[in-house]
Design a protein around this ligand. Structure first.
Ligand SMILES: [Zn+2]
Length: 459
């Protein structure tokens, strides 16, 4: 990106983690202009980590030939508890940044306002701004990686708690005499369903003589089992890994139930390295636990979805917070010249009524509001069934740049994306909502942004 007058509206989001530092230059709209990452230095003082952070920021600006004067604000995320008023990192359990007065240093060096926050809180805000929780007024993020973190959004605002410690979903106790957690308690969700917990269980089982192909993939000593190695083992049908990861997914399902009991959010977003890598296997199990909820009236509650922003969720959330810090309101989608969208009135088996007209076939509504018939025979020819939504079709439906695509999957929820279809949505940065047609219609009528919809009519 070269110098230009638009560069005056650039923000920087920085995600400082135990293994990597990721900095991103982000436009006001949330479009990521450039990224830079490097490993976090290990076993050094907090000041040395701070230097590394500022070096990454400097390098990113230099590479993009951007003067630091162009930076309007900086948002920085750390894995721990922060004191945003004092601009200080209070404690980071898994890395050495505790006590660091990060904000004043960065503000001085980059001559821009700086806001500091917890990484999963920012991650949840990122998903709310531009990802899977877009347009939701309440959302809970659960991020499963080395540990498990969470973030809560109510009425569009982050719930921080009286001591900045709300949303510690990883440390709700799921099993009173379960394994000891890093926090000192027993049986926390983190001790049962994080990557470290999965790793521990697999190691213990192998020590007791169970076989697993992981010893081949990760090496005999199993020092680090990465999330993608777990996925590899799942793909190859490894019994032990399947069993352990299934157990973790079930725990996450029960944690989602707990979240629903307490907060009943519109959306629960699941993200983090473990979900990124093993989500295809885990999400159906999580959904199944939630759907078998026996509490009367609990069914049909909030959606449970997968993060769509991946690694960018945290930096984008940091940028959203940085914008709020300087008085902007990025979350409030500007009601900028949206087209007039049709109203979908009703659906029953075999038909759907849009703006008073009855359609007895699959239709889609583009982001410019135009209604088009779906070429079902073409899809059938290609995939053998009309239930598959592939990249060719995603391209057609998403022609006029929707921010969100809503899929009415039929009365019984039959239709869904192919892997390539999903990948295309991800690349285009379009959020997606797949629901049985009646619920999907309710969502379509409710959602205010630039939207597109495909309605599968069960016949
Ligand atoms: Zn704990």
């Amino acid at each position: 990106m070269k110098k230009g007058k638009n560069n005056k509206k650039l923000y920087m989001g920085v995600d400082v983690g135990g293994t990597k530092i990721l900095a991103a230059l982000v436009k006001q709209s949330g479009a990521v202009a450039a990224r830079k990452r490097r490993p976090t230095p290990r076993d050094v003082s907090p000041e040395a980590v701070l230097l590394a952070i500022m070096e990454v920021m400097d390098e990113l600006l230099a590479e993009e030939e951007i003067d630091k004067k162009s930076l309007r604000a900086v948002g920085m995320a750390v894995p721990g508890v922060v004191d945003p008023e004092e601009g200080k990192i209070v404690v980071t359990p898994n890395m050495n940044l505790s006590g660091l007065e990060a904000v004043s240093h960065i503000r001085e060096r980059f001559d821009a306002p700086v806001v500091l926050g917890n990484d999963v809180n920012f991650g949840t805000q990122g998903e709310r701004w531009l990802g899977a929780a877009r347009f939701a007024s309440s959302a809970v993020g659960i991020f499963v990686g080395t540990g498990i973190g969470g973030g809560i959004i109510e009425d569009g605002r982050l719930v921080r708690g009286s001591r900045e410690a709300a949303g510690e979903i990883g440390h709700i106790v799921m099993s009173i005499d379960g394994p000891v957690c890093g926090c000192g308690n027993r049986g926390c969700l983190e001790a049962l369903a994080s990557r470290s917990a999965i790793e521990r269980e697999i190691r213990q089982a192998i020590a007791k003589g169970r076989k697993s192909i992981l010893t081949r993939i990760a090496g005999k000593d199993l020092e680090i089992i990465r999330s993608r190695m777990l996925n590899q083992a799942l793909q190859q049908g490894d019994k032990l890994v399947t069993e352990v990861v299934r157990g973790a997914a079930q725990m996450l399902g029960y944690a989602c139930l707990t979240v629903r009991r307490l907060l009943d959010p519109e959306v629960i977003v699941l993200g983090g390295g473990v979900i990124e890598a093993c989500g295809d296997f885990m999400m159906p199990i999580i959904e199944q636990v939630v759907s078998t909820d026996a509490l009367p009236g609990a069914r049909g509650g909030g959606r449970i979805v997968r993060s769509v922003l991946g690694d960018d969720a945290v930096v984008l959330g940091a940028v959203a917070a940085a914008q709020e810090h300087i008085g902007r309101q990025p979350m409030q989608v500007a009601a900028k010249s949206l087209p007039k969208y049709p109203k979908i009135d009703a659906t029953k088996l075999g038909e759907v009524v849009i703006d008073g007209r009855t359609y007895r076939q699959d239709v889609y509504i583009r982001a410019d509001g135009r209604i088009k018939a779906r070429n079902k025979t073409g899809v059938q020819k290609r995939y053998g069934t009309s239930h598959e939504i592939g990249p060719e079709e995603v391209k057609k439906i998403c022609k006029k740049n929707p921010e969100i695509l809503i899929i009415g999957t039929g009365q019984k929820g039959m239709a869904g994306f192919t892997a390539e279809g999903q990948e295309m949505l991800r690349r285009k940065g379009i959020a997606c909502l797949s629901l049985p047609t009646p619920q999907a219609i309710r969502e379509y009528n409710r959602i205010k942004g630039r939207k597109a919809m495909l309605i599968h009519v069960t016949r």
